[in-house]
Design a protein around this ligand. Structure first.
Ligand code: 4AD
Length: 473
């Protein structure tokens, strides 16, 4: 086979070498009849390719063919790497943000300095697959930050603001932007770190059924279906089966899998299908053992993302400027009571036996940030009436609890919550054969990425989101 070079690997060291690349024609520009420029993008990195009419190498027909190519078509280009005069030595594509070889210094969405790293003097150009001439989304427009859009509009430039719905309708195009390329690479890292960390702590990865007989979280938000004549539903969480795995002696388990919620509310943080990151473990002495795992897991995760995903974070930051998440080496733990007290001192009265609503959650987040300098903290000892859970400021990210492992009490609790005990009888029975005290937690993958990158909508962190109004694409 031929030797291919990835756009991200184009450096000064390749000067005067012949390279072969494949990418998309992001923009095509003709200069008279004898020259054309094609910016080729591959996985978010770009390089400018130059066609100049020259005998035996580039014909006028080839330049013409190039200038009528449609944007986003897939092209193969063979050419010689050249280093333009204004280039900077010593840099590589990796030193740039995902938008590749053309922007050097970026601060909160502003490009301070533009340079071209290398160019390709084209010798051969093939169109591998043509895109239709008019695309529903212009990738360059879709990749601009609010600041850039404002500036462009003020400068009288013609551009279309790409709204969220249009992006989602044409998601295949939308996910080509550098920010989106970054978001989903970070998502992959979150999953990877979650798995690696838990494996190193002696957890076993499991998979539980998604077709179940009754609801797993209670409440009405389930997708019902017909299971060969028996009423069933899509699992709202792996809750019941992960606990049953603890009864089955695995000691510590985790699962990464789909979670279905027939949400009625259309909000910026709820999806009808998301990826659950779930943990369940035996407790030896105290539920704080679960909090210790939460603490170390998330500090490890945040550290790793900040260290290993610089390019991705930069690409996201460029379009959606955000400040790095503030967190402590040892996660702050507040009791619910302390939280209520802090709110009270700030003039917010809440029911000490009730739940926090979104507004008071946010307020407490602000107060904690001011007082302790962290945006990530654990709120524990929730009143009995509402379930214990660990939370992030502004918005809940994780929820978890020690579980009931006494079958009689479990039956009582389920009945009190209006759950048809018959549908979960095999679950309750699992606790009759000897069950250790245990606890765990669950967190939505999309929510972790959304909150870590301070994005304003969970749809941005779901590749093909499912919400109450969307089941396509
Ligand atoms: O708080 P939830 O409903 O808790 C459970 O599912 C428990 N079984 C977890 C446990 O082990 N105790 O959901 C857990 C997490 C939430 O904290 C949130 O991060 C996410 O799942 N989540 C959603 N993410 C996106 N869209 C939705 N509709 C979500 N509902 C919950």
């Amino acid at each position: 086979g031929k030797k291919w070079t990835e756009v991200k690997d184009l450096t000064h060291e390749l000067k005067d070498k012949v390279v072969l690349i494949r990418g998309r024609a992001q923009t095509i520009r003709a200069v008279g009849k004898k020259m054309a420029f094609v910016v080729v993008r591959e996985r978010g990195f770009t390089v400018q390719c130059v066609l100049t009419v020259a005998q035996d190498v580039v014909s006028p027909q080839m330049v013409k063919f190039t200038t009528i190519l449609s944007r986003e078509s897939i092209v193969d280009i063979e050419g010689i790497v050249s280093v333009p005069a204004q280039s900077i030595t010593g840099a590589t594509q990796q030193d740039f943000c995902l938008d590749g070889g053309r922007c050097l210094v970026l601060v909160r969405g502003y490009c301070l300095l533009k340079v071209v790293l290398v160019e390709i003097q084209v010798r051969k150009l093939y169109c591998v697959n043509k895109a239709i001439p008019t695309l529903p989304i212009n990738i360059e427009d879709a990749a601009r930050s609010e600041v850039e859009i404002e500036k462009a509009l003020q400068a009288g430039e013609q551009l279309v603001r790409v709204n969220q719905d249009t992006r989602l309708n044409f998601r295949v195009l939308d996910i080509r932007t550098p920010a989106n390329q970054g978001i989903f690479r970070i998502q992959c890292q979150v999953e990877n770190i979650f798995r690696q960390f838990l494996l190193s702590e002696g957890f076993v990865g499991i998979h539980t059924p998604k077709l179940i007989a009754g609801s797993s979280e209670g409440g009405s938000a389930v997708f019902r279906l017909d299971y060969k004549g028996t009423p069933a539903c899509l699992a709202q969480s792996p809750q019941l089966h992960k606990q049953m795995s603890i009864c089955g002696d695995f000691g510590r388990v985790f699962e990464i899998g789909p979670v279905f919620r027939a949400e009625d509310s259309f909000t910026h943080r709820h999806l009808c299908e998301f990826t659950g990151l779930d943990v369940e473990m035996e407790i030896k002495e105290h539920y704080s053992e679960v909090m210790d795992i939460v603490d170390r897991l998330f500090v490890t995760m945040f550290d790793n993302l900040n260290e290993k995903c610089l390019k991705e974070l930069e690409a996201i930051n460029r379009q959606y400027p955000f400040e790095n998440l503030k967190y402590l080496r040892k996660t702050l733990r507040l009791t619910f009571e302390e939280g209520v007290q802090m709110l009270k001192e700030a003039g917010v009265e809440i029911d000490p036996l009730g739940d926090l609503n979104t507004e008071s959650e946010r307020k407490l987040g602000q107060l904690v940030l001011e007082k302790y300098g962290t945006e990530f903290y654990i709120l524990h000892r929730y009143p009995l009436a509402v379930r214990p859970f660990y939370t992030m400021p502004c918005e809940e990210i994780i929820s978890g609890a020690q579980r009931v492992h006494v079958p009689e009490f479990l039956t009582e609790r389920a009945q009190a919550l209006g759950i048809d005990v018959k549908t979960i009888s095999t679950y309750i029975d699992s606790f009759r054969y000897g069950a250790p005290p245990h606890g765990g937690f669950g967190v939505g993958l999309e929510r972790v990425v959304m909150l870590f990158c301070a994005l304003n909508n969970i749809r941005k962190t779901s590749l093909f989101p499912r919400d109450p109004q969307r089941i396509a694409p």
